[in-house]
Design a protein around this ligand. Structure first.
Ligand code: SF4
Ligand code: F3S
Length: 107
């Protein structure tokens, strides 16, 4: 199993999640974070830390978010590891909860 970052992280990127991960499995892109499924140990610590409630266990992915399982695996191979919290994206509060944000995902 793994945990998965889903759509609501896009354009928010609060990064609270990275501070608690004991195995540094978050990777950072321009406006989204992903979890490396090969490194995640299913500790559950990151899930409650996300202000945007964007992190789910693989088995609990909400309807419509299934594609993020493979997206996390794919992008984790391309993006660098992030281990320290940084400022959220400037308009994070405005984008939090907006639907259909996957079209804005930057790679
Ligand atoms: Fe890291 Fe644990 Fe979250 Fe997996 S569940 S990404 S190991 S904090
Ligand atoms: Fe994204 Fe939530 Fe982490 S918005 S960067 S998954 S704290």
């Amino acid at each position: 199993m793994t945990f998965v970052v889903t759509e609501n992280c896009i354009k928010c990127k609060y990064t609270d999640c990275v501070e608690v991960c004991p195995v540094d499995c978050f990777h950072e892109g321009p406006n989204f974070l992903v979890i490396d499924p090969d490194e995640c140990i299913d500790c559950t610590l990151c899930e409650p830390e996300c202000p945007a409630q964007a992190i789910f266990a693989e088995d609990d992915l909400p309807a419509g978010q299934e594609q993020f399982l493979t997206l996390n695996a794919e992008l984790a191979k391309q993006w660098p590891v992030i281990t320290e919290k940084k400022d959220a994206l400037p308009d994070a509060a405005d984008w939090d909860g907006k639907p259909d944000k996957v079209q804005y995902l930057e790679r």
